[in-house]
Design a protein around this ligand. Structure first.
Ligand SMILES: Nc1nc2c(ncn2[C@@H]2O[C@H](COP(=O)(O)OP(=O)(O)O)[C@@H](O)[C@H]2O)c(=O)[nH]1
Ligand SMILES: [Mg+2]
Length: 196
């Protein structure tokens, strides 16, 4: 049985007026392009093709909203890290991110990081954006099936050392299923957390 049998796509947001009503609880999923974010969303939701996975970075900078269960949404942010966004696109994108950050219902951020790359400046920048003093942040160290036991332990230690008190972290693999239950538990906690 899927953990979220009623998970479904709600809408894509391209402009601040298009956001769903600011009620209930939502958690943002973010990560560098190719980090394994779409695969993580699919594994956590238990729905194979809820979010599109691909080897090529997406072009359109939309926020994609999914409802996993009543009143509990996730919002899929476009992958970052490929060549600078064009200036005309940036002028649309920045207000969108600003509007998202102001939403009462945005309770937390799940940041997906490729285990072989680790946390980079762009990831830390996104954590800053999410404002760790106001909401919880959890990092998935993704594709952990590519590492052996010792490398996994090292990757987790390194991430935890970088993050300190700012965020929690765990190992994750959409392919092997490692950490999927743990990630669901964290997602539940983020939805349930109060925004300060
Ligand atoms: N080995 C391995 N590869 C993965 C895993 N998750 C994703 N990938 C691969 O990484 C690539 C990017 O995955 P995707 O989920 O589309 O990443 P996104 O760009 O962050 O949404 C694809 O080729 C996936 O098959 C995983 O858990 N293990
Ligand atoms: Mg993707």
């Amino acid at each position: 049985m899927s953990r979220f049998p009623k998970a479904n796509f709600i809408l894509s947001v391209a402009a601040p007026v298009q956001f769903p009503a600011d009620a209930g609880a939502e958690v943002a999923f973010a990560g560098r392009s190719n980090a394994g974010k779409s695969s993580a969303i699919n594994a956590i939701s238990g729905r194979k093709a809820l979010a599109r996975t691909s080897k090529t970075p997406g072009q359109t900078r939309l926020l994609n909203y999914f409802e996993l269960e009543a009143g509990h949404r996730i919002v899929d942010l476009p992958g970052y890290g490929y060549a600078d966004i064009r200036a005309d696109e940036r002028s649309k994108w920045v207000p969108l991110l600003d509007a998202l950050r102001e939403r009462e219902s945005l309770r937390g951020l799940l940041l997906v990081v490729d285990c072989r790359r680790g946390l980079r400046d762009e990831d830390l920048g996104l954590i800053e954006w999410a404002d760790p003093t106001r909401r919880r942040i959890h990092v998935l160290i993704a594709k952990a099936d590519k590492l052996n036991q010792a490398e996994r332990a090292a990757a987790l230690r390194e991430a935890q050392a970088t993050l300190g008190e700012v965020a929690t972290a765990q190992l994750f693999s959409a392919h092997s299923g490692l950490g999927v239950d743990e990630a669901r538990d964290r997602l539940d906690e983020l939805w349930a957390s109060a925004r300060s």
